[in-house]
Ligand binder design. Sequence first.
Ligand code: BV8
Ligand code: ZN
Length: 253
Amino acid sequence: MTAADIADLIYRSKKTTVLTGAGISAESGLATFRDALTGLWERFDAEQLATPEAFERDPALVWGWYEWRRAKVAMAEPNEAHRALAQLQAARPQTIVVTQNVDDLHERAGSRNVMHLHGSLFAPRCARCGQRHVFAATPAMEPEGGRHIAPPVCVACGGKVRPGVVWFGEPLSPTTWSKAEAAAANCDLLMVVGTSGLVQPAANLASIGRRAGAFVVVIDPHPTAIDAICTHRLQGKAGEVLPRLLQQARIIA
Ligand code: BV8
Ligand code: ZN
């Protein structure tokens, strides 16, 4: 299958769903999970830090890591891939974007109603009472390589504020998950962009789409765990492949 064939699938699709992972933000300069984390964080394993236990054990370390990541996101810009998906959705409003990412680059590129399976860096809440916390301001500059930062105290109950993300070992929001499942089960084309497909249940959306009879197209420079169940695979960077595909599908000029 060539890029032209896949552009034809996009052109003919009546309902497209897109599942994205950290790889779609790589060309915006944000490290993916499988890459070594830069700065002070290279000695930590994301899967160790992104857990309730880690936050319990050392809240300032974990909060500092998320503030470092939030600062990186604030300094990053959406890339051609984010913009191409926003243009696809503008041309075809029935297009649904489901992301595993906790950054806001899809939204800043213009995508709407993005489903964040794993939450967001921009929705902190009290770990005890759930009260939403409003950030004082975007971190002025990225803390030098990240450092211990004591989490804010909840104004309602005095509990610790935590990042608004889904940690390993935590359940996804049932509403978000059932909407994402429906988006995968009711589309005729599921594009899977920039995810290694190792994290569950998110990666299972590809099998749900495949079982429902959708074409499943993987776009990634490297092999992924979803390659085995996809119908098509395009090797390459999202920021290069997506705009070209949508031009060939006559979605964008
Ligand atoms: C749950 C938020 C149950 C936090 C994240 C054993 C087997 C199967 C499952 C498990 C298991 N042991 C434990 C589990 C469950 C666990 C899991 O899946 N673990 C994995 C590691 C095996 N899952 C969970 O814990 C989930 N919850 O199961 O709850 C439950 C039920 C009821 C009651 C209680 C509990 C919760 C998982 C969510 C974790 N949170 N993020 C944060 O961000 O800090 S996951 C986090 O990692 C990301 O959100 C993302 O989902 C994942 C990283 O994956 P990717 O996005 O794919 O990134 P990755 O680096 O892996 O790959 C990047 C890809 O991009 C690569 O393929 C690369 O080639 C490509 N790429 C690079 N450059 C480009 C590119 N592509 C395109 N263009 C480029 N330029
Ligand atoms: Zn509280």
